[in-house]
Design a protein around this ligand. Structure first.
Ligand SMILES: Cc1cc2nc3c(=O)[nH]c(=O)nc-3n(C[C@H](O)[C@H](O)[C@H](O)COP(=O)(O)OP(=O)(O)OC[C@H]3O[C@@H](n4cnc5c(N)ncnc54)[C@H](O)[C@@H]3O)c2cc1C
Length: 369
């Protein structure tokens, strides 16, 4: 009798234990599911690397498709090659934009993107340097922070354009600059601009407009610039040519720039507040190979949906190659539409794609168009 009673107690205990274990497993399962859901909801839908024409347009398109995205750019300016290499040149082969000036086109793209700058923020001086696969998507590491994202769109062209450096004793002084962060702060300052292209003259005219006193020093006799720009600048500032910089020394809070005439070898000193170097840009190529993606030459191999060899990583523009690829703005922008539509389908498979013109008033308002 006592034995039977003990057995009954034992079975009751086992049953209770079973229920306890079952409840524990269920709770753990719910907790894990919640954790995964929370983790996934914290991820970006998309990280866009590079703010050239394709990256800016991709950011607008991602915003319009309701994707939670971030646009990163390694430089402190946007526009890619169009801004770095030929910002004042007219471009003739963009539909409906006859002879548009390159920088104007970038400004127009930025205006179009601007409505989504909260949903798709832009972070400049942020260079992607590694992509790692995770259980939920990817971690993209940059010099500023890591981004966890479900997908990646590479719009980084052939790489980033770094300013060519002045390499003389003293050139590492913080007042030897390559870009003007805020032109207003240059009011009443003496600025010696080094360079012989349109960009140096443009900077000269801009800084004069904001009350700076500028000189442009060029190492050759002839400028690589529009004659009208040279004439306009000559009325405002002072041109020194052909001279080269020998060294820079700080004295009484001013920079003493030692220069030498290229032919007579006569030396002299210019006293200035800032030296603005404008020697153009050199290409720092990206490291797609190190990211483990299939390449052909220096370009990424993509499928007809613009997906690279890695699922969830897409690429467009000058960064890619495929049969029939043309490296121009028009084809890059078309590729953006394909890539973003594919990414949107992958992340939100139940969303029905519609033409922007057919979105209706409600959607247009929601989409800020
Ligand atoms: C002189 C010249 C004239 C041209 N004229 C024309 C023309 O008339 N018509 C035409 O259609 N095309 C023209 N092109 C080609 C056109 O400019 C390119 O096809 C276009 O700029 C490619 O755009 P993209 O966005 O793919 O790359 P890019 O313009 O190269 O932009 C890439 C961006 O990514 C950034 N980046 C790179 N690596 C990283 C990283 N690791 N992390 C973060 N950011 C990064 C770069 O800094 C850059 O801003 C011309 C090109 C040149 C050089």
């Amino acid at each position: 009798m006592r034995f039977l009673f003990k057995m009954a107690l034992f079975f009751r205990f086992v049953r209770l234990l079973n229920i306890f274990v079952y409840v524990l497993i269920l709770t753990c399962y719910n907790e894990v599911t919640l954790w995964i859901e929370r983790k996934i909801s914290m991820l970006l839908d998309l990280l866009i690397i590079g703010a050239g024409p394709t990256g800016i347009f991709a950011s607008f398109y991602a915003g319009m498709k309701g994707l939670k995205a971030v646009l990163i750019e390694s430089q402190n300016y946007v526009g890619g090659q169009m801004t770095a290499l030929y910002k004042d040149k007219p471009v003739y082969d963009i539909p409906g934009k006859k002879g548009v000036i390159a920088q104007q086109f970038i400004d127009d793209l930025m205006k179009q993107y601007e409505v989504y700058h909260e949903e798709v923020p832009l972070i400049t001086k942020c260079e992607a340097n590694a992509i790692k696969k995770t259980d939920f998507g990817y971690i993209v590491s940059t010099n500023l922070q890591d981004f966890e994202t479900k997908s990646v769109l590479i719009c980084s062209g052939s790489g980033s354009f770094e300013p060519k450096l002045l390499d003389v004793p003293g050139s590492e002084h913080p007042k030897v600059i390559y870009h003007v962060e805020d032109v207003k702060l240059m009011k009443d300052k003496d600025v010696l601009i080094l360079g012989g292209g349109d960009s140096a003259l443009d900077f000269g005219m801009l800084l004069e407009k904001y009350g700076a006193h500028t000189k442009i020093l060029h190492r050759r006799e002839h400028f690589r610039a529009h004659e009208t720009s040279i004439q306009t600048y000559e009325k405002l500032g002072h041109i020194l040519k052909p001279y080269q910089v020998l060294s820079i020394l700080e004295e009484q809070k001013k920079l003493n720039v030692h220069i030498e005439h290229a032919e007579t070898k006569e030396t002299s000193v210019i006293v200035t507040d800032y030296v603005l170097v404008n020697y153009g840009f050199s290409l720092k190529s990206s490291f797609y190979q190190a990211w483990g993606l299939d390449m052909k030459g220096k370009e990424l191999v993509v499928s007809s949906t613009m997906e690279t060899s890695e699922k969830g990583i897409y690429a467009v523009g000058n960064a890619v190659t495929y049969k029939g690829k043309t490296k121009n703005i028009l084809s890059g922008l078309g590729e953006v539409s394909t890539a973003i539509s594919e990414i949107s389908k992958m992340i939100y498979p139940h969303k029905i794609p519609v033409y922007s013109s057919m979105m209706g008033e409600k959607e247009n308002k929601e989409n800020k168009l």
